[in-house]
Write a protein that binds this ligand. Structure first.
Ligand SMILES: [Ca+2]
Ligand SMILES: [Ca+2]
Length: 352
């Protein structure tokens, strides 16, 4: 039995205009609509006598009102239809971007080096690409180099390694580490406040009131609802966190400086910057990074090293679509699979 390669799948489902633009960026034809309208002639009324004239004018006025109303209804619905058509076109183009991302991930896996870094082809930004009526640009980022919020609670209990790592990450970001307790209470199934956490009693006092989720984070934007998180804190936190299935691991090749600081007590910002290597870290295996840390005199707890890895399974594909004067942004969460990848979540507007 033969299985279609992701390349074939991608191009089967990709928007044909996007694919043709990928293949022939410079061969786009521009059609300029010609104005073929002819000037209209008008028939003006000639009879002007007494009541007959008044009646005639009223009829004209009513007819004009009706005409204006019909015209305004039709222009509104035409505008709405055009707007919907643009959105549909943009969504098709963003699906093309998803397929492009999956092809990149599949090709990367085929290359066989088994590691994922920001030097990989998938990590390059796709510059704006002309498509009929606009432009499309894209970017693929991995999420495994971020802290997975859902790792905080495992089998109903707080995971001490993840809790300590998140607290260090928060400290590195100059955020109160008590937020680790708050986040754990948000996802644990009970209503019991642990440490400096918060449960329903805290959130029911809000206006409007709400409750703790008591289940895994579906999206990192849930953090906005947590006690102590304001816009400034969220903006600092968002690029460092992810909401992924438990057990995804932490890719040191795509970790941030704060991410490296979260690995152990005693990793200074200076050491973290060295390990981060200007965002170009290329560790072939975990031993390489562990050696680099221990040689700097930092004692590592073996338990906290268990989920470290040098590859990624989850990615965010961003598509920026400009059609006419309208701009759209789409995000797709892609899980890498042996056949390339599959889309797990889509959002339009802001993902973070
Ligand atoms: Ca709790
Ligand atoms: Ca809870």
């Amino acid at each position: 039995m033969t299985r279609s390669s992701p390349v074939a799948i991608a191009f089967r489902y990709a928007d044909p205009r996007f694919v043709s633009a990928l293949n022939a960026q410079n061969n786009l034809r521009t059609t300029v609509p010609r104005n073929t309208r002819q000037p209209r002639t008008r028939n003006l009324p000639h009879k002007q006598r007494g009541v007959a004239l008044l009646m005639a004018l009223l009829v004209v006025a009513i007819a004009t009102l009706i005409a204006v109303r019909i015209f305004s209804i039709s222009t509104t619905s035409i505008a709405r239809t055009e707007s919907q058509a643009r959105l549909d076109d943009a969504m098709h183009l963003s699906k093309g971007m998803e397929d492009w991302a999956i092809v990149l991930l599949w090709r990367d896996a085929e290359s066989g080096d088994g590691i994922d870094t920001r030097n990989d082809t998938w990590a390059a930004t796709l510059p704006p690409l002309p498509v009929p009526g606009g432009l499309v640009a894209g970017k693929l980022e991995d999420l495994d180099g971020r802290f997975n919020l859902n790792s905080l609670v495992r089998n109903g209990a707080r995971d001490p390694v993840a809790m300590a790592r998140f607290a260090r990450l928060l400290a590195a970001l100059k955020i109160d580490p008590a937020l680790a307790d708050v986040a754990a209470d948000w996802i644990d199934s009970d209503a019991q406040v642990q440490g400096q956490g918060a449960e329903d009693l805290e959130y029911l006092r809000a206006d409007p009131p709400y409750r703790a989720a008591n289940r895994a984070f579906v999206h990192i934007s849930e953090m906005r609802k947590l006690k102590g998180v304001d816009d400034k804190i969220y903006a600092r936190l968002a690029p460092e966190i992810a909401a992924l299935p438990i057990g995804t691991g932490f890719n040191v090749n795509t970790a941030s400086v704060a991410g490296f600081m979260s690995l152990a007590d005693g990793i200074s910002e200076e050491l973290a910057k060295r390990l981060w290597a200007q965002g170009r870290a290329q560790y072939r295996n975990i031993t390489d990074v562990v050696d680099a840390i221990t040689q700097a005199g930092v004692v590592l707890d073996p338990a906290s090293m268990q989920d470290l890895k040098v590859s990624s399974n989850f990615f965010i594909a961003r598509a920026d679509v400009k059609l006419g004067d309208r701009e759209f942004r789409f995000y797709s969460l892609i899980e890498r699979t042996p056949a390339g990848g599959r889309v797990r979540q889509r959002s339009q507007g802001a993902f973070f």
